[in-house]
Write a protein that binds this ligand. Structure first.
Ligand code: IVH
Length: 676
């Protein structure tokens, strides 16, 4: 049935009006019409669309809650990493940040920079991709490199336009911001949940993050969520202004909601004044914030400053003083970490601080413990700053009970009884037991199976402890020898979970060089370093062969890290473990290091895509290749440089083989790009 032109026009007009009112209501906070009028327009459109289903478009304002529940989250690889922010907890730290920026920019120490100052919203970061102005993808931040696909859920958030307004937006525009639950909505939601005997949220941040990670979009739709954009990610096919504040203003004109408290200020003193002002008004704001963020406004300066590890040098979060509570110390214990580090931990009488119940607090190291002189029975101030692990801020000496004793560093490891040693000039005391120490073994293994390492789903800390206790796991390689039967026979393990675990172990065997390097638990080698090293060398053999000097040539790698890497690979037993891992089928893509090119990693290369790729659709793969300067064509010829092949690849793969063209996987494509 064709839809009469007049009806089509009517629907378009209703949509335009509704979008306009959404913009006035959400983006400008200045509604033009009463809610009843808005509802009337919406109902009218719904009736029309029901009568003429052919009229329904995915970006129609009626389509927010239409999607059916999904069974699992897909993953989204961020084309530009989603970074985090460095923190300043004092004026001094803020001045230090400012001074470092001036030095790097080679500006006079008295120069005043223009800063964009904004509240630091306490919610969950999201990435929203608009293609030709239409919302096509929503993702969580995840680990900054890969997030979860939450498109179905972000579509239900009224503050997020399904389509951009006006003109002039880039063809591809990634908007980044914070989804949060306003205080009032949070309270109302919890009141209702309590009345219904359902679970309540501990704080608005958890509420936002939890709501975004629902499989059923109807649940997300029922949560009072809001969003403010605070930056852009990928932009293609269009230009944006040259300062942060102008970009944010421009986003607002396209209908994206941005924070009304944002300001442009000159100089660090003005930043501090902003901080004080927002701090005073914090309790009157409609949403939770945990500080403010200052960003150097000029994009040219931002580019010059760049990043350190995962945080930009051009922005910093200035945190509000941590939230604090009083409680009692019940005992002080010593934990042994993955590298043998002995950490004193205070067990506390449970106390509610900053939205969570705290029953343990780290004392960092023995010096810190002695400096604060925390004793069993003491009344202490527990501090929990944002998402930082709880710590003991101070002891109330006036409340110290009689006959307490100073806590001493144990001479022997509490787990394996080996000597505890402390190197000259080191604050950290360590158990010398190495992998003989069950605690170190268990912690290394927990690290190995963790999500950002080999990611063996369902392989929890309890299971590791259990298997270490019966001496079944000594090195990570032993994991791959576990059988269904022996798992089944463990306490608290059924047939089904055992078989799930076996599947997960099998699945984890396909990994990447970066994940493997991180998983090995080499001291000082974190995720970012592992990724840089993997990208730089492409092959494990190259990493193993690299000298300390060569290693130091990599971004992120200083003399200490280089020495740690070198001594790790100098140990024969470490190489044995890696060889065994490979024997059991652990594998990763290797590639030749690619020469850097400033114009794009894939510049001048022609690709043909065939088959089903593990995580990217073919369109995404095409975008990805193009965004790095490569070309994608439809058929394989002698001019093709690479054939990107997934599962069920057909004749193109055969042709590639015939013409001896290099066939690569999705993982190899990524390595190709990241290694430049
Ligand atoms: S900018 C490169 N601005 O804080 C800088 N982040 O610690 C990227 N956040 O994951 C972030 N309010 O979720 C920025 N006005 C604001 C923010 C903000 C809250 C969150 C965000 C990010 C985290 C970084």
């Amino acid at each position: 049935m064709t839809v009469p032109a007049a009806t089509r026009k009517k629907a378009e007009s209703l949509r335009d009006q509704i979008r306009h009112h959404n913009y006035r209501y959400h983006a400008l906070d200045d509604p033009e019409v009463p809610d009843a009028e808005y509802d009337r327009l919406m109902r009218e459109l719904q009736v029309l669309e029901e009568k003429h289903p052919a009229l329904v478009t995915p970006d129609s304002p009626t389509q927010r809650v239409g999607d059916a529940p999904i069974s699992a989250f897909g993953t989204v690889r961020h084309e530009m990493p989603m970074l985090s922010l460095g923190n300043a907890f004092s004026e001094q730290e803020l001045h230090d940040f400012h001074r470092r920026a001036l030095e790097k920019l080679e500006l006079d120490a008295t120069s005043e920079l223009i800063y964009a100052a904004e509240p630091k919203l306490d919610g969950a970061a999201v990435s929203l991709l608009y293609v030709d102005g239409v919302l096509t993808q929503g993702a969580t931040r995840g680990d900054g490199t890969t997030g979860e696909d939450i498109t179905h859920n972000v579509r239900t958030i009224e503050a997020i336009p399904l389509r951009l307004l006006g003109k002039g937006f880039p063809r591809r525009l990634e908007v980044r911001g914070e989804v949060f639950m306003p205080k009032a909505g949070f309270e109302a939601y919890n009141d209702k949940a309590r009345a219904a005997g359902e679970k309540t949220f501990v704080n608005p941040r958890n509420a936002a993050a939890g709501s975004l990670r629902q499989l059923d979009p109807k649940l997300t739709a029922a949560r009072p969520l809001d969003m403010y954009a605070y930056s852009v990610g990928v932009t293609e096919g269009g230009k944006l202004p040259s300062s942060h504040s102008e970009i944010i203003d421009q986003l607002q004109q396209w209908g994206i909601k941005v924070c009304p408290e944002r300001r442009v200020v000159k100089g660090i003193e003005a930043c501090l004044a902003y901080y004080v002002d927002i701090g005073k008004r914090r309790s009157t704001l409609a949403y939770e914030i945990d500080g403010v963020v200052y960003k150097i406004n000029s994009l040219a300066m931002q580019a010059e400053l760049g990043f350190v590890s995962r945080a930009p040098r051009w922005a910093i979060a200035h945190k509000f003083p941590a939230q604090e509570e009083l409680t009692q110390v019940e005992s002080v214990e010593f934990q042994v970490g993955r590298t043998g580090a002995i950490t004193p931990v205070a067990r506390l009488k449970p106390v509610f601080v900053g939205g969570v119940t705290v029953s343990n607090a780290t004392l960092h190291n023995i010096d810190e413990l002695h400096r604060k002189d925390v004793r069993v029975g003491d009344t202490v101030v527990v501090r929990r700053a944002g998402d930082v692990i709880p710590e003991i801020a101070s002891v109330l000496m006036s409340r110290r009970p009689k006959h307490t004793r100073r806590v001493q560093l144990p001479k022997k490891c509490p787990v394996c009884n080996s000597q505890v040693a402390r190197e000259e000039g080191e604050t950290v005391a360590r158990c010398t037991g190495g992998l003989f120490c069950a605690a170190q073994r268990a912690e290394s293994l927990k690290h190995f199976v963790s999500r950002r390492a080999l990611d063996i789903e369902g392989f929890g800390a309890k299971l590791v402890d259990q298997l270490v206790a019966i001496d079944r796991l000594k090195t990570p390689a032993d994991i791959f020898q576990l059988t269904q039967e022996e798992l089944e026979n463990l306490e608290r393990m059924g047939k089904k979970s055992a078989s799930k675990l076996i599947d997960a172990i099998e699945k984890s065997k396909s990994t990447t060089l970066a994940h493997l390097l991180f998983a090995l638990g080499i001291r000082e080698v974190g995720e970012a370093t592992a990724a840089s090293v993997a990208a730089h060398y492409g092959r494990l053999a190259n990493v193993v062969a690299a000298s300390e000097e060569e290693l130091q040539g990599i971004d992120d790698v200083g003399p200490v890290v280089a020495a740690r890497l070198r001594s790790f690979f100098d140990e024969k037993h470490n190489l044995d473990v890696i060889a065994r891992l490979q024997d059991y089928g652990v594998n990763w893509a290797e590639s030749d290091p690619v020469q850097a090119s400033s114009d794009g990693a894939l510049l001048g290369k022609t690709f043909v895509i065939t088959g089903t790729l593990p995580t990217m659709t073919r369109d995404k793969a095409k975008d990805f290749i193009q965004s790095h300067g490569g070309k994608v064509t439809g058929s394989v010829s002698s001019k093709t440089d690479y054939v990107l092949a997934g599962d069920n690849a057909g004749s193109k793969l055969l042709k590639a083989e015939k013409l001896q063209i290099r066939v690569i996987s999705e993982a190899e494509l990524r390595t190709l790009v990241s290694s430049t």
